[in-house]
Every structure is written in structure tokens, then in C-alpha cells.
Design a protein around this ligand. Structure first.
Ligand SMILES: *[C@@H]1O[C@H](CO)[C@@H](O)[C@H](O)[C@H]1NC(C)=O
Ligand SMILES: *[C@@H]1O[C@H](CO)[C@@H](O)[C@H](O)[C@H]1NC(C)=O
Length: 346
């Protein structure tokens, strides 16, 4: 999931005490999810933290638990639905990223090195998440069969249409098949830019006929690059903040990469929302990428991205993939109890 409402007030501890503890923790161990949401309500308990959304990311407070559900231990196949108009060059960046996850020939720090943290998660039998992630079939829904505005439920109808199409339907892969719905820049999906850049869940048999893990990620180019393509774009309401140069020359797509990575990591470790997550409430799970949102390198936390790298052209990235560089957020490492990534300096 990709939630901003990681409400401190949900805690059983009185809010003020929690806030005080968190403030202390943040100074000691500044691990905290952050994205510059435009609709921040300054009257919430987050006031002390300015516009950021923080989470108590210390080992004492993160109670990430395994809830006995399945994780994706078989080779993972990612079927893609391109909804709306997509340029070949845009698709290429995204496909290269997904194919980079299992490519071991890339220079370090690499995308496959990033996936190693995801592989640390196991199921009841002790089997790890698969190291293999490959692109499966792709389907274009160029004419936007469900319109330019989608709800969380109509997203499932889009998937239903793709798997039941008369020509070239997407296959239903029983083991470790996942579905990625990518919407183009002029498509609005429920809550997009308000508090999500993407989300993952599973389809309902009543709508789709099967229980299939899926994720949606939107192209934020026209709607909210300052939130969903941060730090390649910055929101107007934070003065003095400067965007960094994106590694593949496409601010919105380079921004989508980290969101796609976020959702893939969470789908692998919590495909049916009953495996790895923190928090008491399965309706608002905090999953392995939620815990590290906005953290791209050593020292990251709060609004600081952490140590990233720069190429010769001044573009910012933190890992190498196939023929390209990417900037991808870190994920929670449950063995070490903090966020880790391949470009860690220690
Ligand atoms: C914040 O609180 C002030 C005063 O209590 C109120 O006037 C204002 O409408 C509130 N803003 C929001 C966004 O709730
Ligand atoms: C599998 O998971 C265990 C427990 O997290 C970890 O110690 C081990 O290194 C993992 N194996 C691989 C191949 O990632």
C-alpha cells in the first residue's frame, strides 16, 4: 500500500507522549517515510514535523510481523496493462527497470542488489521470495475502456477485461503472476495525488473471477509531479526546494520507477494482504516499502533523501540496471530492523 495516513493518533499510547517519543527517536534514528503531499492539513498531529509525513521507523517501534499468508516464492511474472497512450520510449524505461531486477550483470550498486532485501522475506515453510522477476505479457488499453477516471473497483474491471479479452488476453498465472496497471498522464485514479501515487491489492473473485495480486501506478506528469515524481520535481508550496536531475531524461517516468519498485516489493512480500506488514489493522497495513518511502541512501529520513549518486551529466540515481540508472527507494530489512539498499555506505 502507499498510505500517507500513518497516523500517530492510531497508536494506543496517548498522542502527545507518542509524539514526544517519536521526536526523540527521529533525532537518534531518522528513518521515516516521506513524500511531499500537496494536501497536507497543518492542523494534524504532524504539525511539529512541518509538511512531512513521518513514521516511527526505529527498530523499537516498527513491529513488522509475519501473518502466515503466502509470499511470492515462485518465479515472479509481471503482466502489464498500459492504459491510455504510452510512448515507446516511456515503456522502454519501465520494462528495462523490471528486467533489471533479476539481471546480475549490472555494475554495483545494482537493481538486483536492491531486490536482495526483498528476498529476505520468507513464508511459513521458510522459502524466500524468488530472485527471479520477469516481464510477462503486455496488453494495451489505449482507448481507455473504462474512461479517464477510474475508481479502485473499476481498476479491477480493467484487469478483468485484460484477462478475458478475445484477442491476446493476459494469461492467468496461478503461481507468482502479478498484474501491473499503468495509467497514462491524463488518467485519474481514485486518490491519485491526494495521498497515493500507486497501490497494490488483490482482485475480487466476484469482479474478476480470480484472486490475483495487482498494482496500479499512475503517470504523474500532468497531475502532481511534485509529489509522485519527487525528487525529480518539487511541489510549489515548499520554497527553496530544488529538484534533482532525473537519470533517464523523463521526470514523470523516472519518478514512477520508484513507485513501481515500491509496489513490486510489497506485492512480493504481502500479495494477499495477510503476510508481512506492521500495524494492528490489516485494513491499514504498513508494508516493507511504506516504512522506507523517501529514503534512497545512507542517512535518509524525514525530508532528506539520503546519500545518492550523480553521473557525469549531473543526473541523480542510486543503482544501476540494464543500460540505465535508476533512483529507487530502499525497503525495510527485517533481519537488521532498518531500511537497506544496495548503495548503503557502511
Ligand atoms: C486549521 O485550524 C484553524 C483554526 O483552528 C481553522 O481556521 C482552519 O480552517 C483549519 N484548517 C484546516 C485545513 O482544517
Ligand atoms: C532467506 O531468508 C533468510 C531469513 O530472512 C535469510 O537469512 C537468507 O539470507 C535468505 N536467503 C536469500 C537467498 O536471500
Amino acid at each position: 500500500m502507499n498510505r500517507w495516513d500513518l497516523n500517530i493518533h492510531r497508536s494506543t499510547v496517548p498522542p502527545l507522549i507518542t509524539l514526544a517519543i517519536i521526536t526523540i527517536i527521529l533525532f537518534i534514528h531518522p528513518t521515516a517515510a516521506w513524500r511531499p503531499w500537496p494536501h497536507h492539513n497543518p492542523n494534524t498531529t504532524n504539525l511539529e514535523f512541518g509538511p512531512s509525513k513521518k513514521y516511527e521507523g526505529s527498530s523499537e517501534f516498527v513491529k513488522l510481523r509475519y501473518h502466515m499468508g503466502p509470499v511470492l516464492t515462485a518465479d515472479i511474472t509481471v503482466h502489464i496493462i498500459w492504459y491510455g497512450t504510452w510512448l515507446r520510449t516511456e515503456k522502454k524505461i519501465i520494462l528495462d527497470f523490471i528486467n533489471s531486477i533479476s539481471s546480475t550483470t549490472n555494475q554495483s550498486p545494482s537493481v538486483s542488489g536492491w531486490w536482495k532485501t526483498v528476498q529476505l522475506y520468507t513464508d511459513q515453510t521458510g522459502s524466500n521470495i524468488s530472485r527471479t522477476v520477469q516481464v510477462g505479457e503486455q496488453k494495451n488499453d489505449r482507448l481507455m475502456s473504462y474512461g479517464k477516471t477510474l475508481t479502485r473497483l473499476s481498476v479491477q474491471s480493467v484487469i478483468k477485461s485484460a484477462i478475458s479479452a478475445k484477442t491476446k488476453p493476459l494469461p492467468i498465472t496461478s503461481k507468482s503472476g502479478i498484474y501491473l496497471l499503468l495509467t497514462s498522464e491524463d488518467v485519474y485514479v481514485q486518490d491519485f495525488c491526494q495521498n497515493v501515487c500507486g497501490f497494490h491489492y488483490f482482485t475480487f473473485p466476484s469482479i474478476v473471477g480470480y484472486t490475483l495480486p495487482y498494482a496500479w501506478i499512475g503517470n504523474s506528469k500532468k497531475q502532481c509531479p511534485g509529489a509522485c515524481a519527487y525528487p525529480f520535481a518539487v511541489p510549489d508550496y515548499i520554497p527553496g526546494l530544488k529538484p534533482v536531475k532525473s537519470p533517464n531524461g523523463d521526470v514523470a517516468i523516472d519518478g514512477m520507477i520508484s513507485v513501481i519498485a515500491h509496489e513490486l516489493a510489497e506485492m512480493a512480500s504481502d500479495p494477499l494482504a495477510n503476510a508481512w506488514y506492521a500495524g494492528q489493522d490489516p485494513v491499514f497495513p504498513v508494508e516493507i516499502a511504506d516504512l522506507c518511502e523517501g529514503i534512497y541512501g545512507t542517512g535518509g529520513g524525514g525530508s532528506y533523501t539520503g546519500q545518492m549518486m550523480n553521473d557525469g551529466d549531473g543526473a541523480t540515481y542510486n543503482m544501476h540496471g540494464i543500460k540505465r540508472r535508476f533512483l529507487v527507494q530502499w525497503v525495510w530489512n527485517h533481519v537488521l530492523n532498518y531500511c537497506t539498499g544496495p548503495n548503503a555506505l557502511d
